[in-house]
Design a protein around this ligand. Structure first.
Ligand code: ZN
Length: 630
């Protein structure tokens, strides 16, 4: 398809769209006011509902499980038919109904786009970015029709050199050009975000599929060649992971779109692209070959979002097979869709040879320590955390460490423990890889083909145990009861020992602590979290309190930077200190008995004498390196 003329219809869908006298649903979007951050959208509905066409904007974006009410950013909206104004009644916070009309209906509206995140839309003089969920009204009843969108260049002369990056297929546009793009239905339309501007671009092929890597924002001396070499290795490992025989990728092309900022981190997965946000300093500089934590975590992010191309964009929980975009969609399986993706993201870095085993073990230990840090893990299971993502994980507050567990991090440890269990019980013949491939074959591979006829299916809430048994012969019901639906800590020390690895707790019991996490608040030091049962909790301190002094010595923002290490260095475990703090501007004087720092500090390494046992895990870690070289 690489050499095809952009204007020649190539497939059935394009012929179908071009064959129609008028596109059934057609949008045009223009960056109307860069300084004011406004997109103008015109929507033409060729055959509106004779009873009065309903229109609505999604309340949330798939992949980010929180109701965000994107329609709040619609500034003004109007409708016309035959050039005459049509009454548009607002039905609820994100829906409208036009008065009945006998001919094509045109809706014109403006969207305020000033949220620099991967979830919404952003526009200024430097670039534009949007997700369809923020800008394209859903034409109720015509969601399955082909949708056409004309992406227009801003009128400003400075935007003459702007290009477009999106995985939306071109209809009448050159690759990277402004013009007309198409989507087979509304679900597809909102699953291909669009970036426009003077971005940096590099391309590569992974197992025959064209991949674009787009970087927006200024990054002096960025080493794009190094990035695409590393990302290509990760992509090829993942393609070969799911399709070891054919090495066929599930998409026709793929676009990584990265927004670079001073301080930010995140990504959102789509069926053929991902939108990423990262720190400028995380991206490598030309001629500096070392691997630092920032770049490693950026590659982990790329790996994570790419793995979602299979796990959640095609293998889906049944609750996501047909999204209801107007409200929360509940599933207790995010520990599998986000947690397993979090397990494989770093594992794919080591399998692709991007990082070494020692670095991988460090990342694992970091996750283990993070999960064991909060007492919330003893109260909420990862299944409950998944179900309540909408109101708890996505809406965290100062008490979250005491109340919830992350389905990402604990979910990734569930994956590790499950992987080791399956390997141990089958003498290395089966692993979690077999489970992922079974999920792929059963649910993922033909998801979008089935979706065209409304026959797509997702994984039912209680189906995973049977699927694992079928794929590996191992019954994991007890495992799931304890660690997924229950709140028990995963038996990682024991499981890892079986593979020649030592997980040892290296916390120093002589180090003293208040049992808090502190943060900078202007020139002050604020208690961000107070861990349940700790010295600060027992003394009567609360999250939000401004720490003023310990034993009469001032505490400032500088102490927030080192986590009070300096302020507490001269004391011993069991010693009582006087603490002064402000709450609602009122001075509190409290006494705290310092405790031993009980934050877990696990370290993971290979046991000296048992490297033979580790062989059981090692071939799988390196298996895909071999496939890649073959
Ligand atoms: Zn994710």
């Amino acid at each position: 398809m690489k050499n095809a003329s952009p204007n020649a219809p190539k497939n059935k869908l394009e012929q179908q769209i071009i064959g129609l006298k008028k596109d059934p649903v057609r949008y045009s979007i223009v960056p109307k006011d860069l300084a004011g951050h406004v997109f103008q959208i015109t929507l033409e509905v060729a055959q509106p509902d004779p009873a009065g066409q309903c229109l609505s904007l999604p309340a949330w974006i798939p992949g980010s499980y929180m109701v965000r009410d994107f329609a709040r950013n619609i500034i003004c909206i109007s409708a016309t038919c035959h050039g005459k104004q049509v009454v548009l009644n607002k039905i609820d916070k994100h829906s409208w109904q036009a008065a009945a009309c006998s001919a094509a209906l045109t809706i014109t509206y403006e969207v305020y786009a000033w949220d620099l995140s991967v979830r919404t839309a952003h526009l200024d003089q430097s670039h534009g970015f949007f997700n369809g969920t923020s800008v394209f009204l859903q034409v109720v009843g015509q969601e399955m029709s082909p949708h056409v969108v004309d992406i227009q260049r801003p009128a400003e002369p400075a935007c003459k050199s702007w290009r477009v990056a999106t995985s939306l297929p071109e209809l009448k546009a050159r690759r990277y050009g402004f013009g007309t793009y198409r989507a087979e239905n509304y679900d597809a339309l909102i699953d291909h975000p669009v970036e426009m501007g003077d971005f940096a671009l590099a391309s590569f092929e992974a197992h025959g599929v064209s991949h674009d890597f787009v970087v927006s924002g200024r990054v002096p001396n960025i080493d794009l060649d190094r990035i695409i070499a590393d990302v290509k290795a990760i992509c090829e490992s993942q393609i070969a992971f799911f399709e070891p025989g054919s090495k066929r990728a599930p998409m026709q092309r793929y676009v990584f779109m990265t927004m670079v900022v001073g301080d930010g981190y995140g990504g959102l997965e789509h069926r053929a692209s991902t939108a990423l946000i990262c720190n400028r300093n995380d991206l490598p500089v030309k001629h500096q070959a070392e691997m630092n934590d920032g770049y490693r975590s950026f590659l982990g992010l790329c790996s994570h979002e790419y793995f979602h191309t299979w796990n959640v964009k095609r293998i889906k929980p049944a609750a996501f097979a047909h999204y209801d975009l107007s409200r929360e969609n509940y599933t207790s399986l995010l520990w599998l869709f986000e947690g397993f993706t979090s397990y494989y993201d770093d594992l794919m870095l080591v399998r692709s040879g991007t990082i070494d085993e020692a670095a991988y073990f460090k990342l694992l230990a970091k996750t283990i320590n993070g999960v064991l840090r909060g007492s919330g893990r003893t109260k909420q299971s990862v299944a409950e955390s998944s179900f309540d993502a909408w109101t708890k994980y996505y809406r965290q507050d100062e008490n979250s460490p005491n109340a919830i567990v992350s389905y990402y991090t604990k979910g990734s440890l569930v994956a590790l423990a499950l992987d080791l269990t399956l390997r141990a019980e089958t003498a290395g013949k089966k692993s979690l890889d077999d489970v992922m491939r079974a999920l792929w074959q059963q649910y993922g591979r033909d998801f979008y083909q089935k979706a065209l006829t409304g026959q797509q299916q997702g994984l039912a809430e209680n189906e995973i145990v049977a699927l694992i048994t079928e794929a590996t012969g191992v019954n994991t019901k007890r495992f799931m009861d304890k660690y997924v639906r229950g709140t028990e800590d995963l038996p990682l020390t024991k499981l890892l020992a079986g593979f020649g690895m030592v997980l040892s707790d290296e916390r120093k019991t002589t180090k003293v602590a208040l049992g808090v996490r502190v943060s900078k608040d202007g020139a002050d030091c604020k208690l961000a979290n107070v861990y349940e049962g700790c010295a600060a909790h027992q003394a009567g301190l609360s999250a939000g309190d401004i720490l003023i002094a310990i034993n009469g010595l001032r505490v400032t923002a500088a102490d927030a930077a080192d986590g009070l290490a300096n302020a507490l260095a001269r004391y011993t475990v069991g010693e009582a200190v006087q603490v002064h703090a402000f709450r609602r501007d009122e001075l509190l004087t409290l006494s705290a008995t310092l405790q031993a720092d009980d934050m877990p500090a696990y370290n993971l390494k290979l046991a000296e004498k048992s490297k033979a046992a580790f062989v059981a895990l090692r071939p799988s870690l390196l298996a895909f390196k071999k496939i890649r070289k073959a």
